[in-house]
Design a protein. Structure first.
Length: 341
């Protein structure tokens, strides 16, 4: 399999028509793990090494079936409620963050905790607390039921109203139109979010924006890469799980950018060969919680069907890293034992 790099499909020389007619793959860069996901997955692995199994994790550490199954095989136990964790155990909070009430529940159950919340999600939590303390009505743009939205809303429930897309705006009411701010879930489509923001601004002209962009850099970069490849791709395959918000958004972005077809798959085995009918160019990318081994599997599957030529569509360089949770520097087993006495 050969690979060449190009900044965007528009940069392909016009004289390359013959090659363009053949089977090829446009591979998005960046793709896969973001810094927050990498931190969270490593945190579970380090906790298992340091403290031994089991390590309980409240909700999926990240939204990816393969990652969750791999960590379960190493000794992680994923639970939906804090009450499912035995007293005196260690529990980790997922990258999506939790509401303050969850920390209180853990303390009541005498649990030692590790907080693997993505620092970019923590930033939104702090913004919510700050604006609530200043008595603003906070319009949180996000998807109802998503763990991140539940966690952020829990920081100031009496001040936060969820706005689930532009169609929700007509129903939004505030106490004082001069004290309104919008925040957003970090994994949304940039375009859809701004469409919602524009509708909110039309209704509340004095509404202010957060001090910095809430949609995470990795989500934006992956969407930009898909936009660059979309118009040139007959089919875009997005590797990711169906409960991964940022992965689902990539399918929508691909179709919006001009791709004829786009599908979300957890792994190569889920690809339907019928999708390749009449297709000469396949775009491939992955959500921010997807390990590269799953993308490699898709590329191998495509190569076996004649799609051996791979071109990199590079949207950005990513060098951001986050330090591991500070709790991994403690003796949490001893702490848990002391708490349970």
């Amino acid at each position: 399999m050969t690979a060449t790099s190009r900044p965007s499909p528009a940069a392909t020389p016009s004289g390359d028509a013959a090659r363009r007619a053949g089977k090829r793959v446009l591979l998005a860069a960046p793709r896969g793990y973001c810094a927050g996901v990498d931190r969270a997955v490593i945190a579970v692995e380090k906790a298992l090494e340091q403290y031994g199994a089991p390590i309980y994790v409240r909700h999926e550490i990240v939204h990816n079936k393969y990652v969750v199954k791999t960590l379960e095989n190493k000794g992680a136990i994923f639970v939906d409620r804090t009450a499912e964790v035995p007293e005196g155990s260690i529990v980790m909070f997922s990258a999506h963050g939790v509401a303050p009430v969850v920390h209180e529940e853990a303390a009541e159950r005498k649990l030692a905790t590790i907080d693997a919340t993505c620092p970019l999600v923590t930033k939104v939590h702090k913004e919510a607390v700050r604006f609530a303390n200043e008595d603003y009505d906070i319009l949180l743009i996000g998807h109802e039921g998503h763990e991140e939205v539940i966690g952020t809303s829990g920081e100031a429930p009496e001040h936060i109203t969820l706005v689930d897309g532009p169609e929700d705006v007509a129903n939004v009411e505030v106490r004082d139109e001069s004290k309104v701010v919008w925040l957003s879930q970090t994994t949304l489509s940039v375009d859809e979010t701004m469409e919602t923001v524009d509708a909110l601004k039309e209704k509340f002209p004095l509404m202010i924006a957060p001090p910095s962009d809430d949609i995470c850099y990795a989500t934006q970069n992956r969407q930009i890469a898909v936009k660059q490849m979309g118009a040139d791709a007959d089919l875009v395959i997005v590797v990711g799980s169906k409960n991964s918000s940022n992965s689902v958004r990539l399918v929508e972005v691909a179709l919006g950018a001009g791709a004829r077809d786009s599908h979300l798959v957890d792994e190569a085995a889920e690809i339907d060969e019928a999708w390749l009918d009449g297709v000469s160019t396949v775009g491939v990318t992955s959500g921010a919680s997807v390990p590269e081994i799953l993308v490699d599997g898709v590329l191998e599957w495509l190569s076996e069907r004649g799609f051996e030529d791979v071109e990199i569509v590079k949207a950005a360089e990513e060098s951001i890293t986050f330090s591991l949770p500070k709790e991994l520097r403690k003796d949490l087993r001893a702490e848990a034992a002391a708490l349970s006495r």
